[in-house]
Design a protein around this ligand. Sequence first.
Ligand code: HEC
Length: 181
Amino acid sequence: MDSMEINKGMAAILVAGIMFFLTGLIGMHLVTETRLEKPAIAIQGAPVAEAASGAAKPEVLPPIGPLLAKADVATGEATVKKLCTSCHTVAEGGKAGVGPNLYGVVGGAHGHMDGFNYSAGMKAKTGSWTFAELNEWLHKPASFVAGTRMAFAGINNDQQRADVIAYLRSLSHTPVPLSAN
Ligand code: HEC
């Protein structure tokens, strides 16, 4: 083999290398990976993986007002029957179960049922339940009241929570005005 042949061989290898490098570069520009901040599909009751950044930031929920304005009481009632009535009664004057009766809870005191054995955390809360507080509470009970006795993970879906709150609001002779927040 003369040196000319060797040079040709070297050149071929070099060109192949450059091509390889260039296709990689082009590929990187064509395909960019974007990470979603939230999972595209929220599965009820499933634990949500923390965002890629790692640190658990306190979640800021969308304001409840607009969601309540388009909430559906009947859907909320169905959700409560499915998720809540194993522990709660809803009728006026209903007995406590594992949890307190929920009639009149919207606008009622935190720990609104006389005689119910609330957790120390719930007893320590002053004031009354607002829509915004119920929104946080039903999103993650254990974050809203540390050491709560309500063994319920929470409702991830914002509109589903609003539907439930709209239904809870209806459990009253004089429902709190929707504008109160
Ligand atoms: C496993 C039983 C259980 C389930 C399921 C449950 N709760 Fe509760 N709930 C409780 C208990 C126990 C408390 C009292 C919490 C405390 O004292 O910290 C409570 C408290 C509450 C309160 C505050 C009541 C008050 O008097 O201040 C509300 C509102 C409430 N629950 C709504 C709901 C809704 C709505 C659901 C369904 C989406 C639900 N809960 C599901 C057991 C449950």
